[in-house]
Design a protein around this ligand. Sequence first.
Ligand code: KG4
Ligand code: ZN
Length: 366
Amino acid sequence: MLILGIETSCDDTAAAVVEDGRRVLSSVVQDQDDLHGPFGGVVPEIASRRHLEVIGPVVRRALESSRTSLGEIDLISVTAGPGLIGSLLVGLSYAKGLCYATGLPLVPVDHIQGHLMTLDLAGGTPLPSVFLVSSGGHTTLYHMEGDDPPIVLGTTLDDAAGEALDKAAKMLGLGYPGGPAMEKAASGGDPAALGFPRPLSGQDTLDFSFSGLKTSLFTWLKREGYFDQTTTGRRLPLAIADIAASYQMAVVDILLERCLAALRHTGSTKLVVVGGVARNALLRRRAAAAAVEEGFEVHFPPPRLCTDNAAMIAALGFRERKRALTDPLEINAYSTKALKSGTAPLADHRTGGPAARSARKPGGHH
Ligand code: KG4
Ligand code: ZN
C-alpha cells in the first residue's frame, strides 16, 4: 500500500511516500529557517504563507523522487493537528483538494502520535514502552502498550525543552533553530561551569518545567551586563561554549531524570525518545549510558526522522487506514484538541479517561 503523507503543522513543509507504513520511498522536508531566523522563533503568519507557496512543489518532489505517480497512491495521510492553525490548514486543504480531484481516501492524523510511531520506519516501534516526545512545542511522557491509545504520564507545566533551547540560543545570539545552535556552541564547553537549576528535580512528579531554567539564564546575563550595551557591553566572565554546555546539560538532566522515573513508575524496560530534541547527541549519549547502567533498552529514531517530517505521518496513516474518509471535505484542522470525528485524542490519565486507570504517578496515590 502506497501512502502519500503531508505535514505542515509548524514551519516545515513536508511530503513523503511510504510503502506499507514501513518503507520510506521519499521524504521531502523544506524548512523555513531563513524566514524565521531573524525573529528567533516561528512567525505563524509568515509560516502559513510560505507553506502555501511551496506545498505543491514539495508534494511533486516527493512523488518524483519516490518514482511514483499520484495514480499509484492508495491513500493520503495528513496532519490535522495539533499545531499552528494557519499552517495546518494549508496542508489539510491541499490534501482535501487532492482527494477531491482523485477520489483517493484521506486519513487525518495527529502530529504527536506521528512522532510517537516514528520507529515504525526504523525497524518497528517496541511496545510496551515509555515514550518521551521532546520537540519545540511538546515535552510529554507517555506509556503505550498494544493498540491502546497512549497514556499521558506527565507533561511540561510551561515551556517545551526545544523551546527552552530556542529561547536560550536567541538570548545568546546563536540563531534559529536554537537546539542545534546550542549543541554546536556547547562543543568543547564545560558543562559544570554554570549551576543552572533543574526545576522539579527530586520531586514526586513526572511533569517537566523549563521556564525557571530560561529565566535563570536571562537573570545571569542581565547581572553580568550582557544586555547593557553602554557599559560592559557583551563581555562575559565565561565563554559562550561554557554557558551553552551548562545549559544543555541542565535540559538533558531534566529530561533524563523524568524518563528514569517514568520507567520505574510503569515497570517498563523500554524507552523511546522522539521529537526534534531527540537529535541531540548529548541526550543520546547520556540515555544510552543510563540504559546500560540501569538495565533498560533505549530507542531513538534516525536523526532525520526526529524533527518534523511527513514519513512519520504516512506511517501513522497506514496504522490508521481503517479510519480513512472517502468524503473528507468536512474535516477541519485543530490547534490543540483532537478532531471530533477522526483522530482519537491521546488519552490523558488526568482527565480520567478509561485508559487512565493503569497509569499512576510516583507515590501511587491515584
Ligand atoms: O519535532 P520538531 O521538528 O518540531 C516540533 O514539533 O516542535 O522539533 C523542533 C525542536 C526545536 O526546538 C529545535 O531547537 C529542537 O527540536 N532541536 C534540537 C536539535 N535539533 C532540533 N534540540 C537539541 N539538539 C538538537 N540537535
Ligand atoms: Zn513535531
